[in-house]
Design a binder for this molecule. Structure first.
Ligand SMILES: Nc1ncnc2c1ncn2[C@@H]1O[C@H](COP(=O)(O)OP(=O)(O)OP(=O)(O)O)[C@@H](O)[C@H]1O
Ligand SMILES: [Mg+2]
Length: 467
């Protein structure tokens, strides 16, 4: 904050002039506005360090201005000026985040004092913010959760790679966070202020994808009623994110390669060459090297888009991150109603293999939050396969005894599976009682059950009952 600037807003010009005169005399730089619309424009373009505003103005009142100002810059202190008669509204403004208020008949000292205090507050807020930002860039990005050594390596590489202009290929199984990483690369790059333009190479048929990417001239094909610039042009100066690049049709691979080499494109149906300056971040869950070997992906394009490769580990290889992610998603989906997991639920989540990676975990937590009855997520709120998968990992014997499975928690099964589960429990219990009544005599028990001996043997084997 080299030379702090104060924006003074009041619909009475005298008031604005008075304040500005006093504050300039005290050595401050001031911007002024008597029209709140103009004030908004100044807030957006000038980024002042303090807003001093009247509360009662026509059209946009001081409170609305306060809201907008704090949206634009949460560290901006706002001082509201108010007539004695409307002291309640001044209090309301404080509750909305104003730093302080001044009565309309303020003295020179009162004004300079509150301004000094507000600017001191501003300085502290900015220092804090800088610290936080430094911390964020050293930790990777705030919204990418992970402290496992595997992810620490990813963050390390991401930070270095983002600073460069090199094209980046993000590899990883489905749901590992490839798009999140691509966005983080852009956000940490010198191009961050320009556009991040995602293109899903798998979602469109070839000719549509071509005109999406390269644009088209009016009349280039039926339906091309007007000229449309392509996404490569939109991304110029910024980052083009080619998602599922492994699915890009070969003809477009060739065209893309040429435009990346020449840094120019030609719209579909056009003749003019248009300069484009894009950094390409791509993602795929395919083995691109293998696609190259099979002739499905152009080798030159592979090397062009894969200058730096960021490999995202599957969730099962990120020690400790499941718990961390589960907590973060609980905060997001629990909506202050569901607050925690019980021990068994956390254990089940940690034991499960997560073939769908972070996306699967996110879905499971969202669902569990919807199902949880109290403020705790219990194993009953987890899908059956997660629970079973977990049990299998914990106690191998337990999972192979479906007859022993508890009846609780079957409500998230379909009726058919639930019935099967109940029937298995009933069957096991029936067989056990029958055997007890016949002192373990299988022939007698089978006879009483009305089935042959061999079938009885098979059943008690299935339920792990000792004859
Ligand atoms: N480390 C993480 N921290 C927080 N959220 C994450 C993390 N990784 C992934 N997510 C979330 O999981 C979901 C899936 O992530 P994303 O779409 O980036 O995966 P992807 O690898 O692109 O998947 P796909 O291959 O299926 O397209 C998103 O909602 C994303 O926000
Ligand atoms: Mg994706």
């Amino acid at each position: 904050m080299a030379e702090p600037r104060i924006l003074i807003v009041d619909d009475e010009p005298d008031m604005v002039d008075n304040c500005a005169r006093i504050l300039r005399r005290a050595g401050h730089r001031c911007l002024t506005a008597t029209d709140p619309h103009r004030a908004l424009a100044l807030l957006e373009s000038e980024h002042p360090d303090l807003l001093l505003t009247d509360l009662k103005m026509p059209e946009i009142d001081g409170l609305a201005l306060l809201h907008r100002a704090r949206e634009l810059d949460p560290a901006l202190p706002v001082v509201v000026i108010t007539a004695f008669a409307t002291i309640e509204s001044a209090v309301a403004a404080i509750k909305e985040g104003a730093f302080d208020y001044l009565p309309k008949n303020f003295s020179v000292d009162q004004l300079t004092l509150v301004v000094e205090r507000a600017l001191r507050q501003r300085r502290l807020a900015l220092e804090n913010r800088n610290l936080r930002e430094q911390l964020q860039t050293t930790l990777g990005l705030d919204n990418i959760i992970g402290r496992s050594p595997a992810m620490a390596q990813v963050f390390e590489l991401l930070k270095k790679a983002a600073r460069s202009e090199a094209n980046i290929l993000v590899l990883g199984e489905s749901g590992t966070g490839k798009e999140l990483i691509a966005r983080a690369v852009h956000a940490n790059s010198p191009r961050a202020a320009q556009a991040f333009v995602p293109v899903d190479c798998a979602s469109l048929p070839e000719n549509l994808l071509e005109s999406e990417l390269f644009g088209h001239e009016k009349g280039a094909f039926t339906g091309a009623v007007r000229t449309k610039p392509g996404l490569m042009e939109t991304a110029s100066g910024g980052t083009l994110f080619l998602d599922e690049i492994g699915d890009l049709p070969v003809s477009l691979q060739v065209k893309l390669l040429r435009s990346l080499q020449e840094r120019q494109i030609r719209r579909v149906g056009g003749t003019a060459l248009i300069d484009v300056d894009v950094r390409v971040v791509s993602a795929t869950n395919r083995d691109l090297r293998e696609s190259v070997a099979k002739g499905q992906f152009r080798e030159e394009l592979y090397y062009r888009v894969n200058v730096i490769e960021i490999r995202l580990p599957p969730l099962r290889e990120r020690a400790g991150d499941v718990r961390l992610l589960a907590q973060a998603f609980l905060k997001r989906y629990g909506q202050a109603r569901v607050l925690a997991y019980d021990d068994a639920a956390i254990a089940a989540l940690e034991a499960y293999a997560w073939p769908g990676n972070v996306r699967e975990l996110q879905n499971v937590v969202e669902r569990a939050c919807a199902l949880a009855e109290g403020d705790l997520v219990t194993v009953r709120d987890l899908p059956d396969h997660v629970r079973v998968g977990a049990r299998r990992a914990d106690t191998p014997a337990a999972a192979s005894t479906p007859g022993e499975a508890p009846l609780t928690g079957t409500t998230d099964l379909g009726l058919k599976e639930a019935k099967e589960r109940w029937m298995a429990v009933l069957e096991a219990s029936y067989l056990r009682q029958l055997l007890e009544r016949h002192q373990g005599n299988i022939s007698a028990a089978a006879k009483a059950a009305g089935i042959d001996r061999k079938t009885f043997h098979r059943l008690i084997g299935k339920h792990h009952i000792r004859g």
